[in-house]
Design a protein. Sequence first.
Lengths: 115, 115
Amino acid sequence: GEQVEQLPSILRVQERSSASINCTYENSASNYFPWYKQEPGENPKLIIDIRSNMERKQIQGLIVLLDKKAKRFSLHITDTQPADSAMYFCAASADSGGSNYKLTFGKGTLLTVTP
Amino acid sequence: NAGVIQTPRHKVTGKGQEATLWCEPISGHSAVFWYRQTIVQGLEFLTYFRNQAPIDDSGMPKERFSAQMPNQSHSTLKIQSTQPQDSAVYLCASSTGTDSGNTLYFGEGSRLIVV
């Protein structure tokens, strides 16, 4: 199976600075890497994803980088705002035999953005 | 679209009792996933159905946990002889399931407390 390690587990940054979260995975067949944001009392929601045929993707202030050689991917939040405070989860999935697309999640990063 | 519906939202059960959790996936979604969320372990994969067929139950504790999907609009997770360590938020998610890279839409979760 897949194992996803996520660091740091806690991250505190000042408003308008950048925040970076890093994840590593083990299965070289993994080809899809989404990031989910979970606000207190809410369910996790997809915020950005990247597939293995890309190295970089940006949606507004969110940047995802993928290094397949190192089996590493990361989320960078630029110009952070207090509204970015939440739990963030990285995940990975591989197409195992044509029908198994389960996502394996990292343990999460609790981001706090202080004014 | 009502999203993924999970019931009950909260359940308190005595040690040794049975707990059944229900999930209604988004209409038209062919894949249904169950995850367990705790502070210590994060989002743990339990089991996954595609077109109602069980695809992967590698995350299910073998002895007391079972999951079924009797029809395309309904899945259940049953925990027999509940133990305090089963206390968690159980999240159901659905996706279109056509290939790797599908967004998981999570329900609000069922918070199970075993006393």
